[in-house]
Design a protein around this ligand. Structure first.
Ligand SMILES: Cc1cc2nc3c(=O)[nH]c(=O)nc-3n(C[C@H](O)[C@H](O)[C@H](O)COP(=O)(O)OP(=O)(O)OC[C@H]3O[C@@H](n4cnc5c(N)ncnc54)[C@H](O)[C@@H]3O)c2cc1C
Length: 382
């Protein structure tokens, strides 16, 4: 459907753009999402949904859809490859969601999409690639290509939820500053032949980290630290590394995904400029070790929708309310990024592995365990 006006245009219908669209629609704010893909992602990608996000989904009235599709991780084990060093029981939390939900991104996006379309049936334009934007005092225009034709939609605000390479951010001249870490990983989903059930396991052998998470449909995600980036990842590379480091045998198992990734930490200098606002990876990227990025985007979307609702009621407070969104979200991201960095450093190849083993045991057998519990479950971020 062709539209040329919308109160708010969201560029990017990934997990963050869709959730933001839901939050805005629920507050009676008219919004349109422009998404270049035709369909939600087909693979498992981002997995970990933390209690803080489940609480937001509950407030938005659709947490059960996630609980039906995902697997509740109730315990995390630390293992040095030979023996269990300790464990963290997530059910020590207060609150209804005392677990981390493992839900593949293809389910997550489908659930969010269905909810958004229920609230705003004409609100999503797919196969729409945004190419440029132009701001004036009163509105911002966004040109996108669909079926070979250029279209334009005008709004009060454009929100860039278009990921880490955000065109919206670049077009508005907002700086994106940060660094690439030397850390690299290979990951894959395999049939689960372990006895770990609903437990996540972090293996800390001296050659570098291996993480293993339960997935729905009797599958398991394996993430393995590598010495350098692997351009053409194959299941056999991952299988061999797991075999060498911890002796687990994944040979011959059914697999559904294999990829490699590097690690970055970036943040936009500002999360808004005139009529352009940023949210999700377009505004900030943290290390995926710890599985926080998408959850951070959802927290930001929630805060931003609240700010935009207040602006609608009190337009004269626009700058103040957007500055509050930026300040609060930057603080949350900074905290989360320190936690992600700590997780990543602990997983690096160690010259003196017994020092790390002793530290992990100390943490998991003393009151410091509560701190680790907070770090792994994104508690107390705001
Ligand atoms: C290996 C790995 C594992 C991860 N695991 C987790 C995890 O377990 N938990 C977690 O919380 N986070 C995880 N993350 C981070 C997570 O993937 C991101 O934080 C999350 O996807 C950000 O969502 P987003 O909607 O902001 O951006 P994206 O997911 O990048 O979505 C952006 C959307 O914008 C669209 N788009 C882009 N440009 C345009 C354009 N010009 N016009 C129209 N549409 C456009 C894209 O098609 C896409 O749909 C992981 C990341 C990696 C690399």
């Amino acid at each position: 459907m062709k539209k040329n006006k919308s109160e708010i245009t969201i560029v990017g219908g990934g997990p963050v753009g869709l959730f933001l669209g839901i939050c805005l629609s629920q507050q009676g704010i008219d919004c349109t999402i422009l998404e270049k893909r035709a369909e939600p992602v087909q693979d498992s990608r981002s997995l970990g949904i933390h209690p803080v996000s489940l609480e937001l989904f509950e407030k938005s009235g659709f947490v059960n859809e996630f609980l039906e599709k995902g697997i509740s991780i109730i315990k995390g084990l630390a293992h040095d490859g030979d023996r269990i060093l300790g464990s963290i029981d997530f059910d020590q939390f207060e609150g209804p969601f005392n677990f981390i939900l493992a839900c593949p991104q293809f389910y997550t996006e489908r659930i969010l999409l269905a909810k958004f379309q229920e609230l705003n049936p004409d609100g999503l334009i797919t196969e729409a690639t945004v190419r440029r934007i132009k701001q004036s005092d009163q509105e911002v225009s966004c040109w996108y290509l669909k079926a070979g034709k250029e279209n334009c939609i005008a709004s009060k605000y454009i929100i860039g939820c278009d990921g880490k390479n955000s065109l919206v951010r670049k077009e508005s001249g907002i700086l994106y500053e940060g660094k690439q870490y030397p850390d690299t990983y290979i990951m894959g989903d395999f049939d689960d032949n372990t006895s770990y059930g609903n437990q996540a396991v972090v293996f800390l052998p001296k050659q570098g980290l291996i993480e293993s998470f339960p997935l729905p449909d009797n599958m398991r995600r394996w993430v393995v630290k590598t010495d350098s980036y692997i351009d053409s990842p194959t299941p056999s590379i991952l299988v061999e590394l797991v075999q060498q480091r911890i002796g687990a045998d994944l040979k011959g198992l059914k697999k559904t995904m294999i990829s490699s990734f590097g690690v970055q930490n970036f943040s936009a200098e500002n999360y808004f400029k005139d009529r352009v606002i940023l949210c999700g990876d377009a505004a900030h990227v943290v290390s995926p070790i710890g599985g926080q990025g998408m959850n951070l985007g959802w927290i930001g979307a929630w805060l931003l929708a609240k700010a935009l609702f207040k602006i609608k009621m009190n337009p004269e407070k626009e700058t103040e309310l957007l500055s509050d969104y930026q300040k609060q979200q930057k603080k949350i991201v900074k905290k989360a990024s320190r936690r992600a960095e700590w997780n990543m450093i602990m997983g690096r190849k160690q010259l003196f592995p017994f020092l790390r083993t002793t530290m992990v045991q100390l943490i998991l057998k003393t009151p410091l365990k509560k701190v680790a519990l907070k770090i792994f479950t994104m508690k107390n971020l705001y």
